[in-house]
Design a protein around this ligand. Structure first.
Ligand SMILES: Cc1ncc(COP(=O)(O)O)c(C=O)c1O
Length: 376
């Protein structure tokens, strides 16, 4: 394996920052009396997932079956696959359940419920299902008062499936302009899930799991009464979007992309580096926020951020770095060959571009490598 001194671009992980982020969320959820079921699509690494679940019931949330397989191979059995199930994946889910994985799936449509019911009969599998509830009209889910909720649960029950609960993700929290908005969104998320569960219970379903969460709502929820678990994920690394929302500080961001200066554009006072969108992703999540961070905020090689220097453009393997206000950089400060670090807009998207992390928490660990699982 190459080391961080020979390969750019590469992904760096500051484990001291990560540990602080993990502990902050753990303390917060403990004080609210609710368990964490971390969304491990952010880290996609077993060592980090073990740190996230330490002292917790141990369940995880995943976004792909490849993640489910990877974490199961490493001993994690209680897995929520939190993307609406595609009927074509049901044989793969059944096969994993037969191998001992407690794999739960989610759905939000009676047609999907019928497909799951049919597959349950054909494959002889009692699928474990959480109904997806919509709290904010942002993406997927049934409203808590939708007739299809009970209809779908009844279809599943008749086929012998387990209706294990409800889940909701208030992605609208990412659009909030103030902390008060995220607080309200957290309550909206909690209340929708609890109301949906209540209706299902009245219709005769047990609904043991009420699963809520995003990092912004988990960070600002005042009360999670009724919720049995919270699915935060990006809090493990934090990112510029979270900093822009007020969820964290820039200094909390635990991952960065190490890059090297490969040229100067003297005409407009910009730098060229060897990290383009392949290394940073195309995510522009801060574009709508008060401070637009371009394709990432630039730091020196030690990780100290320049307040006003951002990646202004990306090609596949080129990044263009300039001042946020468009004025020219003092290029003498950035000679060809020096290394910079770039903080990501969206940690999940940037990390997904890489095969693993170089750990940079201490000199003796500077060479340690953690791999990430990939694919679907
Ligand atoms: C269904 C679901 N649950 C939980 C999360 C975690 O939210 P966050 O990334 O804000 O921590 C996500 C993130 O996309 C999600 O899609």
């Amino acid at each position: 394996m190459t080391n961080i001194h020979s390969t750019t671009p590469c992904l760096l992980l500051d484990t001291a920052r990560m540990t602080r982020n993990i502990e902050r969320m753990r303390t917060r959820l403990q004080s609210l009396g609710v368990a964490l079921r971390p969304h491990v699509k952010t880290c996609k690494n077993i060592d980090i997932a073990r740190q996230l679940t330490a002292g917790q019931p141990g369940g995880i949330t995943v976004s792909t079956l490849a993640e489910a397989d990877y974490f199961f191979e490493h001993g994690m059995t209680d897995i929520l696959y939190a993307v609406g199930i595609a009927p074509g994946k049901l044989p793969a889910v059944a096969e994993r359940m037969a191998r001992g994985m407690t794999l739960r799936i989610i759905l939000d449509h009676p047609q999907t419920a019928k497909a799951v019911a049919q597959a349950a009969v054909e494959l002889g599998t009692r699928f474990r299902v959480l109904m997806e509830i919509d709290a904010d009209g942002e993406r997927a889910g049934l409203r808590a008062d939708a007739p299809e909720l009970i209809e779908s649960a009844n279809i599943l029950e008749r086929a012998g499936c387990h209706i294990d609960g409800v889940m909701v993700h208030a992605g609208g929290s990412y659009r909030c302009k103030h902390i008060e908005g995220m607080r309200r969104m957290a309550e909206q998320e909690r209340a929708s899930a609890v109301a949906a569960a209540e209706r299902m219970r009245q219709a005769g379903h047990e609904v043991p799991i009420i699963s809520v969460g995003s990092t912004p709502t988990a960070t600002f929820a005042d009360d999670l009464t009724g919720a049995t678990e919270v699915r935060a994920g990006v809090h493990v690394f934090q990112d510029l979007v979270q900093a822009g929302l007020g969820v964290c500080e820039i200094d909390d961001i635990a991952i960065s992309v190490l890059t090297e200066v490969i040229g100067h554009r003297t005409d407009d006072g910009k730098l060229l580096v060897d990290a383009g969108w392949m290394a940073l992703s195309r995510d522009r999540g801060t574009a709508e926020q008060a401070v637009d961070q371009g394709y990432g905020l630039v730091c020196d090689a030690s990780g100290k951020a320049f307040d006003d220097v951002i990646v202004t453009g990306t090609n596949q393997e080129h990044g263009i770095i300039g001042k946020r206000d468009g004025s020219p950089l003092n290029l003498d400060r950035f000679p060809v060959g020096i290394r910079l670090r770039i903080l990501p807009n969206h940690a999940c998207a940037t990390a997904a571009q890489h095969n693993g992390y170089w750990i940079v928490d201490s000199p003796e660990q500077a060479q340690r490598w953690l791999s990430r699982c990939r694919g679907w």
